[in-house]
Design a protein. Sequence first.
Length: 404
Amino acid sequence: MEILNSLIRENNISFLRISIVDILGEKRSIEFPASALKDIYNNLVKCDGSSLCGIGTADNSDRVICLDENSHYFISDNTLEIFGFLQEENEETTVFDPREILNKQIKILNSKGYFLNVGIEPEFYIVDEETLDPIDDGTYFSIRQDQKSTYLRKICVENLLKRNFNVSSFHHEVGPGQNEINYLFSDPMSIADTFYIYKETIKETALKNKCIATFLPKPFKGLPGSGMHINCSIWNFKKNNMFYDETNEHHFSDFGINFTNGILRHIKALTALSATIDNSYLRLHSGLESPSGIFYSFNDREAAIRIPSAKQSRTRIELRFVDSTAQLYLLLAGIISAGIDGLEHPLRKGDENDILPKGLLESLKYLEEDEILNNCFGRKIIQKYIYEKKKEKIVPFRKLVMDY
């Protein structure tokens, strides 16, 4: 508690936002005056698990939120957001908490002497709030002063910097009105947490300028889709990048190849977590640099996993089959579990003739059948996730654009 008390005092924090995440990845929050911190610690935050997707039932609904002190983020000048773990009333963490599932996989990887470094590259379109048309006709790396995207990108970056994001680069993407703003690598939990704040910041900034920012994977037919490439590398606690080997071809290690092949072995099931709505599959199979092939490559952008040309600390894999609808906590937990499977059971390179699932129902079928991921998450949470995804209804296009 002392860490949070110090942050509150030193930064004149007036409000606390306590956040949790349900099985589908929707963030839920409750707010308090900052003066309530001691009471929150003493009595915990109680919630109705039956009102959270996949968390509880009417006859087993009482849950409490245990604050994760390491997951605190400034979301405005006077508000501190703190993520938490869901617990049963008997103080055992609930099996349906996505953050706890990721936390367990991080600990398993740590117990083997390694940790995962993660960076994401979210792409998004900015469209007119009335017409839903892209706000400019720009293309890759264009930076004209008469483009509204040029102005809005900088405003978005300024707002992200105010929220302590370490922005690394930002630019116009290939599609008209399409943009990308990147921030620095971090641990998996921090990346999953901060992506919510990242999206909220971008969307709020766009709305204040009479626009809509949408992370929908394929908002426009015939235009590039918006992905969210995940860059990963595994390090040991001596701070050596395990993916780098100067003696190997492309300086990519056998360790890295085995980890990558583990992901490829389970990729069809992982796609149910990385591309979670039907619209996602329009991007994956669009033919516009779409990563539909189940193989890794050092240069082919149609590969599901690309290994960028880089040396030493920058050696990594780029997972290209992910978009911003991803359930990041479960996906990152699954990536760790699949990668460990590859290390323990070295595999051959993927079949370049095989392709990713063509729809959500197909990927859910592979998820249901994947023993490694069932062991990772627990069969109950897999079954609940599949049940809830199959319940989702067709959503009008305007609502899709707004929601994602």
